[in-house]
Ligand binder design. Structure first.
Ligand code: HEC
Length: 395
C-alpha cells in the first residue's frame, strides 16, 4: 500500500512541478523577448523606454515599458511571482517525496558516505540555505560592479558544490542537488530581491516620491543570472533519469559543461531577440554543438570501467542476489508488490531486453540495487557489466 501511495503522490507532485515550471519559464522567456524587442520611438509617454507589438490568439498586443516606473501607478498591477514560488515549493515537495521519504534508496549511498537518514536530510536542507547565502553575499559584494567576475565566481561555486555533493550523496542525489541549489538561487532572487525591490518602488510612487534607479539595476543583475541558469537547471532536473550523466565518476565536470552550453544558447537568443544579426550570432550554435559532442565523448570516457572474465552462471547469480527481490513478477521485497518500473529479470530474454538500462543503472552508475541494500560490490558490477556487454550469453 505504501508503495502505491508513494507512486501516486510522486506522480501528482511531479505533474504540479512541471506545470508550475512551464508557467515560470514561459513567462520569463516571454519577458526576455519583450525586453529585447522594445523599440524607442517618438510619441511614447513620458518615462517610457520603448514599446513592442505582438499578435497572438486573434488579437494585437501593444506593450509599453517604463524604465523605473510610470508617472502614476495604474490601478491594477499584475505581479509575476507565484509562477516562481510554486515551482520552488513543488520542487521541494518532490525532493521530500523522492529523496527524503525514499532516503535509503535515493539520497544515501553508504559506499560514498555512511549517513543516517536524518543526517542526510539535514545536509540536504542546509545546502540549499547555504547556497543562497553564498550567492546573495556574492551579488552584494564589491564584485557586483563587475558582472562577468560575479558570473565566474558563481560558475566555480556551482561546480564546486557539484563536486562536494558527489562526496556526500548518491550520484543521482548529487546531480539533483546541484540543480536544486541553482533553482533555490533563482527563486530566492524573485522572492527575496526582485519582488521586495519592486514593492519599494511601488510604495515610493504611491507616496509621490521618485523611486531610486538602483532597485532596477539590482533586479536586472539577478534576473540576468536567472536567464543564464534556466537551461542548465532544466537539464539537471530531467537528467536524474539518465545515469549516463550523474553516474560518471567526474559528473561535476559534466555540470560545468552543461552550465556553459546552457549559457551559450541563451547568449544566442538574447542577441537574436535584440535584433542583432550577422557575425555576432554565428558562433553560438557551432560552439554548442562542439560542446555537446564533447559532453557525449566525455561521458563515454570511463576510467573506472574494466572488462573482466566471467562465467554466465556467476553473472545470473549476481542478478538473482541483487536485483530479483524487486525486479520479478513475484517480488519478495517488503516494499514492492509489483516489479518497479515493470522491469523484470525472471528470464534471460527479459534481462537481454533491458540490457542497456541495466548497464546504466547498475554498472555505469550505482543507482541500482536501490540504496545498495544488498551490498553489491564493484567486482560484481564489473562482472555484470562484462556479461551484459557480451549480450548476456547463457554460456
Ligand atoms: C530494493 C528494490 C530494488 C532492487 C533490489 C533493484 N531495483 Fe531496480 N528499480 C527499483 C525501483 C524503485 C525503480 C524505479 C526507479 C525510479 O523511479 O527512478 C527501479 C528501476 C530500475 C530500472 C529501470 C530504470 C529506467 O530507466 O526506467 C532498471 C533497468 C533497474 N531498476 C535495474 C536494476 C538492476 C540491474 C538491479 C540489480 C543490480 C536492480 N535494479 C535492483 C528498485 C530496485
Amino acid at each position: 500500500m505504501e508503495s502505491i501511495l508513494h507512486e501516486w503522490i510522486s506522480l501528482f507532485v511531479r505533474w504540479a512541478h512541471i506545470v508550475a515550471a512551464m508557467g515560470w519559464i514561459g513567462a520569463s522567456f516571454y519577458f526576455m523577448w519583450l525586453d529585447a524587442s522594445l523599440k524607442k520611438r517618438k510619441g511614447l509617454p513620458k518615462g517610457a523606454k520603448g514599446d513592442s507589438w505582438a499578435v497572438h490568439g486573434g488579437g494585437f498586443y501593444h506593450v509599453v515599458k517604463y524604465q523605473i516606473a510610470p508617472e502614476e501607478m495604474p490601478e491594477a498591477l499584475k505581479w509575476f511571482k507565484w509562477e516562481s514560488y510554486t515551482t520552488w515549493l513543488t520542487g521541494f515537495l518532490m525532493l521530500m517525496v523522492t529523496y527524503y521519504w525514499g532516503a535509503n534508496g535515493f539520497l544515501i549511498d553508504r559506499e560514498v558516505m555512511d549517513l543516517e537518514v536524518w543526517e542526510a536530510i539535514t545536509i540536504s536542507v542546509l545546502s540549499l540555505a547555504l547556497a543562497w547565502i553564498f550567492y546573495d553575499m556574492l551579488c552584494k559584494s564589491p564584485l557586483r560592479k563587475k558582472p562577468i567576475l560575479v558570473f565566474a565566481v558563481l560558475f566555480v561555486g556551482i561546480v564546486a558544490a557539484a563536486y562536494g555533493f558527489q562526496q556526500v550523496f548518491s550520484a543521482r542525489a548529487a546531480w539533483l542537488h546541484t540543480g536544486a541549489i541553482i533553482a533555490t538561487m533563482m527563486t530566492g532572487n524573485v522572492f527575496l530581491v526582485i519582488i521586495p525591490n519592486s514593492r519599494v518602488v511601488v510604495a515610493d510612487l504611491k507616496a509621490g516620491r521618485t523611486p531610486d534607479g538602483k532597485y532596477g539595476e539590482i533586479a536586472k543583475l539577478r534576473s540576468t543570472h536567472n536567464n543564464y541558469l534556466t537551461l542548465p537547471v532544466v537539464l539537471m532536473m530531467i537528467s536524474n533519469h539518465y545515469p549516463i550523466t550523474f553516474g560518471h565518476p567526474y559528473a561535476w565536470v559534466m555540470v560545468a559543461m552543461v552550465l556553459v552550453i546552457g549559457a551559450v544558447v541563451r547568449i544566442f537568443y538574447n542577441m537574436h531577440e535584440a535584433g542583432i544579426h550577422g557575425k555576432a550570432i554565428m558562433w553560438q550554435w557551432p560552439v554548442v554543438v562542439a560542446l555537446g559532442l564533447g559532453l557525449i565523448a566525455f561521458s563515454t570516457w570511463r576510467p573506472d570501467q574494466v572488462e573482466v572474465d566471467f562465467y554466465p552462471t556467476e553473472a545470473m547469480e549476481i542478478v538473482a542476489t541483487h536485483c530479483s527481490a524487486c525486479h520479478s513478477s513475484t517480488p519478495t521485497h517488503e516494499f514492492f508488490e509489483d516489479a518497479p518500473g515493470d522491469v523484470r529479470f525472471d528470464s534471460l530474454d527479459e534481462i537481454r531486453a533491458h540490457r542497456s538500462k541495466m548497464l546504466a543503472q547498475a554498472v555505469l552508475s550505482n543507482s541500482m540495487p536501490l540504496g545498495n541494500e544488498t551490498g553489491m560490490t564493484p567486482e560484481e558490477r564489473a562482472i555484470l557489466g562484462s556479461w551484459l556487454r557480451a549480450g548476456a550469453p547463457a554460456e
